[in-house]
Structure formats: structure tokens, C-alpha cells
Design a protein around this ligand. Sequence first.
Ligand code: NAD
Length: 344
Amino acid sequence: MIKVAINGYGTIGKRVLMRWPLSRTWKLSGVSKTDPQGEAYIANERGYPPLYIADITKKPAFDEAGIAVAGDVEGMLRQCDIVVDATPPGGVGKSNKALYELYNVKAIWQGGEKHELAGISFNSSCNYHDAFGADFVRVVSCNTTGLCRIIQLADEAYGVKSVFATMVRRGSDPPGGIKKGPVDAIVLNPVTIPSHHGPDVNTILPSVDIVTTAMIVPTTFMHMHVIRMELAREASCEGVLDLIRKHPRIGIVKGASGITSTAELRELASDMGRPPRGDLWESCVYEDSVAVGKNNELYLFQAIHQEADVVVENIDAIRAMMKGADTAEESVRITNEALGLKAI
Ligand code: NAD
């Protein structure tokens, strides 16, 4: 039995925690929280794995709220084989590394941490085998995940000479980000070009020549990517769409659906009854946006559900590190089937 713990039960942590994607040979052994907020109540109420807290001096606040606490994070680490660190960006994950080493547990960090912390950045479509049996892995950010999937696909089929991509990013994730903006602005983030996303893609696809830019807009659901790739070999729209249709983690937003926004995509995910919260784990390429220019440049729009696409990558990373599936194809198939991920 593989014992998995989640350190940081927030936007990403709680999505990774959901029981249904885990196999019969995996057990959730613990989850950690810093404050007795709503998520802690739910975890307690639903009988999720024992709740641990990062700062044990806060236990009285949990006691007062009637939330059972099993101990501190060190106690949680004593009970697990592998930990998914989904603490907020800004140094917590980095400072946790010494603890993971002390308790001899494997660890997965998220895109808010630097590549160097784990030494291996991960995307199941690109480099599953780099993580096979590894002790430390970083699952790249939601934007980098979306970029890696589509670039790798185009590169394998046509060769990618260069990429230019712009990320139009959501302002914040509710509820944690309710006080964040922007409110009435499009913010260049950063104003300098390139943004960090290109170098981040290079932690997984080192030979790709890529320049990225990014801006933030007043919305909370999804990022939108505008992508241009210069291809080495001749391509057609239909050929590209065929490849995308076969990709297990890239969906097509059909032109006939009339969907041209992220808001309609959110509604579609809810209408599809995606359990348990209408998450879109796949990158969503707009069919009608796919275009090939006369010099073999490929253009497309893709929407990325920032809270969801990395969740399936974390599950595959666990499987790779614990040697639970020999190939990426097998792991992705198991994860997709467990989640019920079918093409949009
Ligand atoms: P979040 O703020 O929503 O959740 C973080 C959780 O960690 C909170 O529940 C907080 O209580 C808990 N926490 C804080 N300090 C802790 C500590 N010392 N020990 C244990 N738990 C602690 O953050 P998030 O958005 O889930 O981000 C987590 C990671 O995932 C970051 O690296 C981020 O960059 C990355 N990521 C986030 C998104 C996104 O859209 N939110 C997408 C992809 C990757």
C-alpha cells in the first residue's frame, strides 16, 4: 500500500486529495492545513484522512472549532511514503525539503517552486520517465503544463522551430484571492519581455526556442493562451486537429458548439457533470482558432483551467515516482479513466 500525504490543503491540494482518482493500492494517509477554515471542516466532516497542522501552537483554534487534529506535519510525514507539497508559493515548499529528507519521504512540489528545488520538472506528456523512481519532482505550473502538452505534440509530428505565446491570465483564485485584483485593468505581468513561462517550458523541453509574454485580466476562471509555432515540416489544419483529438490531455472546443469564451466553457464543464467540481483537467483548444499560415506557422487559442490541469499531472507524478506504471501512456490512461476524463 502506497501512503500519500498532502501538505497544503488549498486550491491545488484539495483537488489532488479527492479520493476517486486513487487506486486500491494507494492510501491517503494525511492532509495538512494551517487554519480551521471551511476546507478543514469539510475534510473533518467527510472523514478524509487525518488532519495535521503545520503550526501545532494553533491546535486550540482547531479544538475550539471542533475539528479533530491528529498532530503536526512531522507526525504526518512519519505516516507516509510520498507527499504532495501544495503549500503557497513563496518559500514554504522550499523550507519543507529538509523535513522530507529527514523523514525519508518522496516529495512533489508545484510550479510556484523553482526547478532547482526538485531537480526534475514534470509533465506526463513529455518526460514521464525522468520522474520514474525519483525522490523529488516538481509539477510545473498550469500555464507551463498547457504549453508543454501542445508544443510536444506539434514537435513530435512536425518539428517545432520556434514558439511565441501570450498568456492572458486570470486575476486570482477565489476564495483565497477575493481581495486581489485587477479590477478595471489589463495588467502587463511582467511588462518586460520575455515572461518566465518560456524558460519554465525549457525545464522540460530544453531545446525549444520559445518566447512568452503574459498579462493579467479581471477574471477568475481559466487562462487563455495565444500561440504561434513555426513548424519545420508541412502541416494542415485537419492534420493538427486530428493529432489533438487523439491526445489524452488536450480537448477540442468544437466550433459547432458556438463557444468562444471561458465562461461558456465553465458552463459546459458543469453541464457535462464533471465530478466533483466541474474541473477541466485537459487543455481546451478552440477548433476554429487552429490555422496554418503559408510558411507553416501554426496558430491557435487554448484555454487552461488553472486549478485543474496540474491535478492529473500530480497523480501521474506519484505513479511515476512510485513506479506504479511503466509508461506515460499507461499512467495517463489509468488516471483519465479513474477521473472519467472524456473528450470535451
Ligand atoms: P493556496 O493558497 O490555495 O493553498 C495553499 C494551502 O497551503 C493553504 O490551504 C494553506 O493553508 C496551506 N499552507 C500554508 N502554509 C503552510 C505550511 N507551512 N504547511 C502546510 N500547509 C500550509 O495555494 P495554491 O493555489 O493551491 O498553490 C499551491 C501551489 O500550486 C503553488 O506552488 C502554486 O504556484 C501552484 N499552482 C497553483 C495554481 C493555481 O491556479 N492556484 C495552478 C498551478 C500551480
